[in-house]
Ligand binder design. Sequence first.
Ligand SMILES: C[S@@+](CC[C@H](N)C(=O)[O-])C[C@H]1O[C@@H](n2cnc3c(N)ncnc32)[C@H](O)[C@@H]1O
Length: 247
Amino acid sequence: MPQTHRIQTANVTKKRSSDWGNSIRGMFGQIAGRYDLMNTLMTFGQDRVWRQCVVREARLPRGGRLLDAGAGTGSIALEARAQNPTADITASDFTLAMMQVGRLRAGGNRIKWCAADALDLPFDANHFDAVTSGYLIRNVADSKRAFAEQYRVLKPGGRLVCLDTSPPGQGPLKPLILFFLKTVIPILGQIISGHRSAYTYLPESTEAFMTPGELAAGLTAAGFQHVRYRQFMLGTMAVHVGTKPER
Ligand SMILES: C[S@@+](CC[C@H](N)C(=O)[O-])C[C@H]1O[C@@H](n2cnc3c(N)ncnc32)[C@H](O)[C@@H]1O
């Protein structure tokens, strides 16, 4: 009988408990095998387009170094490799099962995989030209610390690009969006992955997450400049970009 991980979503923007990371790791460990298929189905294949946007926004120089933090199965890292064949791409995550799936994907052997906590990155300061993340920040115990770590490992002038979900805004489509998030996704998750709780956590954590404006303010508070964001899929997805100031 697989163990289920019921994750409390309250206070997403505040510091979470110390065993939060273990719960998150357990949850992604369970769904790793079906994670990519679920993403494709839930987003009608659009997640690929958003990841392409993330990599373009990273503006990696030729032969540059990119870190994809919380890389999971490596979708952003693989896209970065496809767009920048000469680049040095590192994918880091603390769930080994996710990276094991990623390593077997086409091109997975051309990426450096690194087991690492996004809150304590094992890289030198000023090392990467760009740091990307997809759906990481909503899942970490402490978003301020994650941003601080990304800032630390970026070179001056380097770019942070962050893709994540956003809570549905007020508008005529809100009931439809909530129905999709709270009813369709958990049922799909149950059918495809066999782990409904992970796909109940997704809408709950999305509703409790920072708005794009709040996330932008968090990046500015972390020291990033020129912070801006683009929204997708009826405002439920956002790509934030920020630059570490030149010295
Ligand atoms: C929703 S998945 C996203 C995977 C991938 N970035 C993508 O775009 O599909 C979130 C990933 O973040 C990882 N993660 C969450 N908190 C983490 C942390 N503190 N350190 C490292 N990885 C973390 C999880 O293990 C999981 O693989």
